[in-house]
Design a protein around this ligand. Structure first.
Ligand code: 5AD
Ligand code: SF4
Length: 470
């Protein structure tokens, strides 16, 4: 695919701005502010996408509400990664029938990864007739045009064509925090891990131009943002498709040169493309957080191969060793899938032994969920759910113990944290993060939000640290 076909021409975005103006004029006819509700499920990429949708809605003159009965427009941004996520969304969408009965003018939109699947779109078409608009992640940039179609044609609109995907620059955005911001650096995934639906719903890998990313980060730093997280399904593939090849480590180095008091985090790294250059670059860049989310998925080389992950247990452990050699204080986290089709108890215990060996600071753990259309969903899966649950609980027991031990080791130490918000707890009113991204509940005044502080850690549990300002 040619670059020129990937990056949308400015004219395409201007056309959307024209639809936005027409929608704003229609909304003004209400004689009161039109209210929109945006409900987001799933990963940070979806959170970032929703902030763009909110940006477009704001330009259409909308205000925002969390109450479906007060809303004129509801957008549900969905996740397809596991069956549970989908079930939840179908429940939520089903409930909205009542809001639609009360307000027949209510416009209900379903977007995101679930919407991109034909089977889901079909089910919405036939059984959820109160939904007006369905569009996949590749169509996000045309939301104004699609919504305008719903208003003017009085027909239901479905935009889920299977597209390679494009890059839309200059979309408006509503950032929900003044401290933390998300910056997408690439979209899509080419890895086709055998269990994963993402490559089927988010299109092919495509990288934003470095100059666009740098301009966005610079703007955020100048606006006072303190924590910027670079997003991509696999940030380590960054740049492979650019005309002027540059890799993710090169990009980090460029970003790091932007002056200011801020931290760069990033998600997610695929172990097969992460290596010495990345780790040494991280170590050399003062703005880059000492934090690495390096999903291993399994500790069994046989299962890793069946997952199409492109590395063995030993190769993964070697990368961890390299990362720690470059950054001894690195905070390491990972994703794990237990119960991949055909996984035996012995293989699941290889995963437990791997986490005992690595001693991650924290884990995101999942029981395998078959995704229709993926190769793994066609494999025989003899282990019972109850059996997988036993393996899963063993994994959790190990990780909880490890996280507890690593957290306890912070007690008595003084660490630099970024105070990022309130957490509604009277005893520990502030939430903050260490350089490595560990959560610290803090005593203190909310005027500190958005500032760095020195915290002495006084207590800890499995999930978090507790501290006082020094
Ligand atoms: N079942 C369970 N977990 C999955 N993940 C991705 N696909 C599946 C699936 N079918 C997990 C992986 C991935 C994380 C985002 O979700 O661990 O890294
Ligand atoms: Fe899914 Fe693998 Fe791509 Fe991650 S790298 S989104 S797990 S296919």
């Amino acid at each position: 695919m040619e670059r020129t076909q990937v990056v949308l021409p400015a004219g395409a975005i201007r056309r959307q701005e024209e639809f936005t103006r027409r929608l704003a004029a229609l909304h003004r006819q209400r004689g009161r502010q039109t209210l929109a509700m945006v409900d987001t499920y799933g990963c940070q990429q979806n959170v970032a996408d929703s902030q763009r949708l909110m940006g477009m809605l704001r330009e259409m003159g909308c205000g925002f509400t969390r109450d479906p009965y007060a809303a004129d427009i509801i957008v549900i941004n969905t996740c397809a990664i596991r069956e549970n996520a989908e079930k939840k969304v179908f429940g939520v969408v089903g409930q909205l029938v009542h809001a639609k009965e009360k307000n027949p003018d209510l416009v209900i939109c379903l977007c995101g990864c679930m919407a991109q699947q034909e089977a889901v779109a079909g089910r919405i078409k036939n059984s959820y007739r109160h939904v007006n608009l369905v569009f996949g992640p590749q169509a996000l940039w045309k939301f104004p045009e699609l919504l305008y179609g719903v208003y003017t044609d009085e027909k239901r609109v479905f935009s889920i064509a299977d597209e390679h995907g494009s890059i839309a620059e200059g979309l408006p955005v509503v950032r929900e925090s003044d401290v933390k911001a998300w910056v997408s650096i690439m979209y899509g995934c080419n890895n086709f891990c055998s269990y994963c639906i993402v490559p089927y719903v988010r299109g092919r890998e495509r990288s934003r131009e470095a100059s666009d990313i740098l301009a966005e980060v610079r703007e955020l730093v100048e606006a006072g943002y303190k924590e910027i997280t670079l997003l991509g399904q696999n940030v380590n593939s960054y740049g492979k498709d650019l005309d002027m090849p540059m890799d993710f480590a090169d990009l980090l180095k460029e970003i790091d040169r932007i002056p200011g008091d801020y931290l760069i985090r990033f998600m997610t790294s695929h172990p097969k493309d992460a290596g010495r250059k990345l780790f040494e670059t991280m170590a050399a860049c003062p703005h880059v957080a000492r934090q690495l989310h390096l999903p291993v998925q399994s500790g069994s080389s046989r299962v890793l191969q069946a997952m199409n992950r492109g590395y063995t247990r030993e190769q993964y452990l070697e990368k961890v060793r390299m990362a720690r050699e470059a950054m001894p204080d690195i905070v390491l986290t990972s994703d794990i899938i237990i119960g991949f089709p055909g996984e035996t108890e012995e293989e699941a215990m290889e995963t437990v032994s791997l986490i005992e060996e690595v001693r991650y600071d924290a884990l995101f753990t999942f029981i395998y969920s078959p995704r229709p259309g993926t190769p793994a969903a066609k494999l025989p899966d003899p282990a019972a759910r109850t059996e997988k649950q036993v393996w899963f609980d063993r994994l959790l027991d190990s990780q909880n113990r490890i996280s507890g031990e690593l957290h306890r080791a912070y007690i008595g130490k003084t660490v630099r944290v970024l105070v990022d918000g309130e957490n509604g707890d009277e005893a520990w009113p502030l939430s903050s993060r260490t350089h490595g991204g560990r959560l610290v509940h803090l005593k203190g005044d909310k005027t500190l939000i958005g500032q760095y502080a020195e915290a002495r850690i006084t207590d800890s549990n499995t999930w978090a640290l507790f501290g006082e300002l020094v």
